[in-house]
Design a binder for this molecule. Structure first.
Ligand code: SD4
Length: 295
């Protein structure tokens, strides 16, 4: 029997996001509206240091945001390298709905957001500014694995009608180069779904996920008959094998979540510490620890 609706999303900040999404879904909102509503919670929360407002800036002290959203008809909207907008997930949804394109970047994304009525705001909190100044003292770029147990929020949904959709939003890797874009806004890397098969999303070091077309590969393995767990595990292992002798290996963390058309789900990560939120009618809202390859 198909378990639906079901919503899963990455990390501890996925729990409040899931709760909001669930509420909206139960109130009759569309899948995309419900995903947007949930993702806005961590985006607006200054204590979530890896998403939206309060996210760590790049090495020039600029908070730059990546987000995307995708529906069951494979319609996609995405923004990358967007600055000064509190809710990149909402702008991504407008790209999907109101433009002939999939992805808008930087100044162009900002221009579009402003034309859609979004307000420009300063997203660098005093706390983030302080941390950035401290980082400038020796200014070494070295991603920290599982930053405070959260990173990108990626959400996947199987709705009441049995349709899949998903979204991602992040401020990206802390202290990145100005202009760096991660996996999260890239359809096929940070997020992918095929309504015939399943959905997958990534968290962790975006470069490694892009190099391997991570989320698209997880979905493709599910198409070939793998369970969400086996698909996430196989692609995580592939990423490990590709990076064993790579300079990124020292700080490499990647994690995937996946959901198939039957409502079966899983998470798997390279290193320990990854968890994800699950919401369904049977057991309500809870966190599940992902299995992992190494500690
Ligand atoms: C990215 N996956 O931009 C995102 C989030 C992150 O270190 O900060 N990773 O790569």
């Amino acid at each position: 029997k198909v378990k639906k609706p079901i919503v899963i999303s990455t990390w501890n900040h996925g729990l409040p996001a899931n709760k909001e999404t669930w509420k909206e879904l139960k109130a009759g909102k569309s899948a995309l509206d419900a995903i947007e509503a949930g993702m806005k919670i961590p985006e607006a929360d200054p204590n979530v240091r890896s998403v939206g407002y309060g996210g760590y800036p790049d090495r020039e002290g600029k908070v730059t945001l990546d987000a995307c959203i995708m529906d069951h008809n494979s319609n996609c909207g995405s923004v990358c390298f967007l600055q000064g907008i509190m809710h990149p997930i909402s702008v991504a949804k407008r790209v999907l709905q109101n433009t002939p394109h999939v992805m808008l970047a930087g100044q162009g994304a900002l221009q579009f957001a402003l034309s859609e009525g979004f307000k420009e705001e300063n997203l660098l909190t005093p706390e983030s500014e302080k941390d950035w100044k401290k980082w400038l003292e020796d200014s070494k770029y070295k991603p920290v694995i599982n930053i405070e147990n959260h990173d990108t929020i990626s959400m996947l949904m199987l709705d009441q009608d049995g349709n899949l959709s998903g979204g991602c939003t992040t401020s990206g890797a802390a202290w990145k180069m100005h202009g760096r874009v991660g996996d999260s806004p890239i359809i096929g890397a940070g997020l992918f779904l095929d309504n015939e098969v399943g959905a997958a999303a990534a968290t962790g070091l975006g470069e490694a996920v892009i190099r391997t077309a991570g989320s698209a590969m997880v979905v493709e393995l599910m198409r070939q008959g793998k369970s969400p767990f086996d698909a996430c595990k196989e692609i995580t292992e592939r990423i490990y094998n590709k990076h064993k002798n790579h300079k990124d290996m020292e700080y490499l963390q990647v994690g995937f979540i996946a959901l198939n058309k039957n409502g079966e789900h899983a998470g798997y990560s390279l290193r320990s510490g990854f968890n994800y939120a699950v919401s369904d009618d049977e057991k309500g809202h809870r966190m599940e620890d992902a299995k992992f390859k190494m500690s």
